[in-house]
Design a protein around this ligand. Structure first.
Ligand code: DQA
Length: 144
């Protein structure tokens, strides 16, 4: 009952990075919050971050191979550019929930296209760190 929580480029700088947009919580803070929530939902969190696109592809394949319950994916800027990630999501049967702290649809026009959203089972965006919690609860409830 493991949920992979995969985070893309620059999210290692969360807390320091444009806090007016992304909030003051670090990725470790979010991991701690998710682990607390997951324990009450009979789920285990496997939280990871990388700045490398291909690593996210490998981790999506791994989620399938290891029989993960679901993936929460914040692909960060690769959301708006990566056909490789779109294809990886299509290549696996593990459900993928697209997650964003901000709401990219209300920001610059280059953030309005989401390749992740074209294949994801669900998208949760614009709730800050709570986007991750809402996504996890969607998995726990069976919605995803
Ligand atoms: C983000 C939104 C993306 O547009 C941006 O490139 C990020 C973070 C978010 O969580 O709000 O790096 O995915």
């Amino acid at each position: 009952n493991t949920v992979y929580v995969l985070n893309g480029p620059n999210l290692n700088l969360l807390g320091l990075r444009e806090p007016d947009i992304y909030g003051s919580q670090t990725l470790d803070d979010i991991a701690g919050m998710l682990e607390d929530r997951a324990s009450g939902l009979d789920l285990t969190i496997d939280m990871r971050q990388t700045n490398h696109e291909g690593m996210l592809v490998d981790w999506l394949h791994e989620a399938q191979a290891k029989g993960a319950r679901a993936v929460l994916l914040n692909a960060a800027a690769y959301t708006h550019t990566s056909i490789a990630l779109l294809d990886a999501i299509k290549a696996i049967t593990t459900p993928v929930v697209e997650v964003h702290l901000s709401d990219p649809k209300t920001r610059e026009s280059f953030r309005h296209t989401s390749f992740i959203g074209m294949a994801a089972t669900k998208t949760v965006e614009g709730h800050g760190a709570d986007s991750y919690r809402i996504a996890l609860e969607a998995v726990a409830s069976g919605e995803v």
